[in-house]
Design a protein around this ligand. Sequence first.
Ligand SMILES: Cc1ncc(COP(=O)(O)O)c(C=O)c1O
Length: 353
Amino acid sequence: MSKESSDLIMDMLHARSGSLENGEPISPPIVTTAKYKLSGTPDTPYTYGRDINPTVEAAEAAIRALEQASVVAFPSGMAAITAGLMATANAGDRVLVPSDGYYVSRVLLEDILSAHDIHLDAIPTKAFSTTDLRSYAVIWVETPSNPGLDLCSIRSIAETAKTTGAKVVVDNTTLTPLLQRPLDLGADLVVSSDTKAMAGHSDCLYGHVATRDEALFEKVWKWRKVSGSIPDPFASFLVHRGLMTLELRLQRMCANAEALVDRLEDHAAIQALKYPGIGFVIGLTFADEAQAERFIDDCPAIFASTSFGGIHTSAERRARWGDAVPDGYVRLSAGCEPTDALVSAIEATLESL
Ligand SMILES: Cc1ncc(COP(=O)(O)O)c(C=O)c1O
């Protein structure tokens, strides 16, 4: 972990401590209220529960420390993505998205925002570096892409975008700000599904938008306020709690992913293994759908489930959602299990296929 990351983690862990008076709780109280006392001229930000909530603010303060940017929290990753698009895309604009990225972002553009004259082109992540980006108002990046796990250079895309005035938005869900900081590389906006590694325990949905651009921040904040998409205080508490162990969880998850890559790379049961060299998600291609499903269902160390980034190792065959991957392609998310036990369980299942 670099010095810079250690500083961010220290800032996050102690985001609350500086402002606490004697006798105040260390963990953020779960404040469930629709209304605040408000008589006369509103002279407090705490006006109404749709605008602001102290537990949501505690989660935002922790995420802000990691992003080193203004942050707005949302009740899911898709709510954050919607806010990110609303803040950056206008009628008549074209948005470039990865064809191998998270498919619901494309559905949002294709099925909903196209009716508002916002249009998309979808190309593989690997093609971003060789495509003429000049006609796009928004360039939507996912690197590594999910589920394809291909990479592109945020820095070079951001440099090109600066010459045309395009906004670069990065969905940083698969790496989190501890493993990749798109805003430092020139991106205008980060969106994240904190449902995954940020919260980490697969027990709530959450998302956030981060930016260092004041005008974009105002747009995102206003969108949340008027669209009514403030997250729930209890989910905010869970995310805050999860973030306190993010670094530890990521260390184990990444170490587990690397150990699995080392041991499975040349395994006879696996036709191809994809690992972007960073993170906790691995792509394993089996001979066919049946073999891939058998691997997922038979392995006692794997939860068969969608999503990723949780403390339990989980896996799914992404072609079942129509992603452009082979039928036998399994996205495996390494969890926090003891490394030797995880690797042995997975190897034993592969032997039995
Ligand atoms: C890369 C990526 N972005 C966004 C999302 C959407 O997040 P949520 O499920 O929290 O709405 C997902 C969910 O799988 C995802 O994988």
